[in-house]
Design a protein around this ligand. Structure first.
Ligand code: AKG
Length: 269
C-alpha cells in the first residue's frame, strides 16, 4: 500500500473525506485491464457499450467483477469501512481526448436510496488521470456536509444520469486527484467531487467501485444487490450478485437490466 498503512488511510479519510494516490497494481497490469476493456469496446456497438461500461459493468464483464476484489483496493476499503465490506456497484467513467464530457459537483449518497451505513468509492485509473485529462477533483472536508442542495441540469455532456449539480461550491478549495495507471483514490459518499473535460490526447479511463458496510439498507427501491468482498455479512439486506459467466453473456445482461430497472426507483424518484 505505498507509504500508506491502515492507520494513515483511516486518519486521512476521516479528516479530509478522501485519500490519494494509493497503488492497486503495476502500470503493466493496468495496461492489461485497459486492453481487456478496449477489446470489449472494439467488439461492440459504440453507443451500446458506453452505457454498459458506465453503469454496473461488474454484472456483465468478468475482468470488471474481478477488479472489485483487488486485494490492495479491498485492504484500503477495510481501513475506512472496517472488516466487513461489500461491493454495491461499479462503472467506468471514460472521457475521450478533446470531448466535452464532464462531471458536475455532487455527493454520491444523495441519490442512491442507501441509509444506515457507510459508503466509499475506490476510483481506479486505467490511464493517466491529470488536470489536463480531467481528473477527479474533491473539496476536502465536505464529507461532513449532510445533504447539500442539488439541482438536476440534464446536461448532455454531464456523465451523471440527471446532471445533478451542487451549486454552492467553493472551487478555490478543490484538490486535483492526480493518478497514474494502476493507482486509485478513495472518496467518501458525501465528499463534494466532480471533474472537467479531457483536454489531453489520451483517453481518461477510471473505474469507480462503490463499497458499503453490510449495515447499509436500500430504503427506496424494492430490493438491491451487493457482493461480499471482505469479512461477513451479518445483516442480509442485499441479494448477492454473482461473477459473470463471461463478457456480455445474455443471461448476465438480462440480470443487469433487472437491477437497473429496480435501481431507477431510487435514482429517479
Ligand atoms: O470520473 C469522474 O470524473 C467522476 C467520478 C464520480 O463522480 C464518482 O466516482 O463518483
Amino acid at each position: 500500500m505505498d507509504d500508506w498503512n491502515t492507520d494513515s488511510i483511516g486518519r486521512a479519510y476521516r479528516e479530509h473525506g478522501y485519500v490519494a494516490p494509493i497503488t492497486a497494481m503495476s502500470p503493466a497490469e493496468a495496461a492489461d485491464c485497459r486492453q481487456r476493456l478496449e477489446a470489449v469496446e472494439r467488439a461492440s456497438d459504440p453507443e451500446f457499450i458506453k452505457g454498459v461500461l458506465l453503469s454496473s459493468s461488474q454484472f456483465v464483464l468478468q475482468f470488471a467483477y474481478d477488479l472489485i476484489h483487488n486485494r490492495q483496493i479491498v485492504d484500503a476499503v477495510r481501513a475506512v469501512l472496517g472488516d466487513d465490506a461489500m461491493c454495491w456497484r461499479a462503472g467506468f467513467f471514460i472521457k475521450e481526448p478533446g470531448d466535452a464530457k464532464f462531471v458536475s459537483w455532487h455527493q454520491d449518497l444523495h441519490y442512491w436510496g442507501l441509509e444506515g451505513g457507510e459508503e466509499v468509492t475506490a476510483w481506479l485509473a486505467l490511464s493517466p488521470s491529470t488536470p489536463e485529462s480531467g481528473c477527479m477533483r474533491v473539496v476536502p472536508g465536505t464529507h461532513r456536509v449532510n445533504r447539500a442542495q442539488h439541482r438536476d441540469t440534464w446536461d448532455d455532456d454531464n456523465l451523471l444520469s440527471r446532471g445533478q449539480a451542487i451549486e454552492a461550491v467553493d472551487e478555490t478549495q478543490a484538490v486535483d486527484l492526480v493518478l497514474q495507471p494502476g493507482q486509485f483514490s478513495l472518496h467518501h459518499g458525501k465528499t463534494f467531487h466532480g471533474s472537467r473535460p479531457n483536454t489531453s490526447d489520451d483517453r481518461r479511463i477510471g473505474y469507480a467501485i462503490r463499497y458499503i458496510t453490510p449495515t447499509m439498507r436500500q430504503t427506496v427501491a424494492e430490493k438491491d444487490w451487493a457482493c461480499l468482498v471482505a469479512g461477513r455479512d451479518r445483516f442480509g439486506h442485499f441479494e448477492t450478485f454473482p461473477r459473470p459467466a463471461g463478457n456480455l453473456d445474455p443471461a448476465d445482461m438480462a440480470f443487469r437490466q433487472t437491477t437497473l430497472d429496480v435501481e431507477s426507483q431510487a435514482t429517479y424518484r
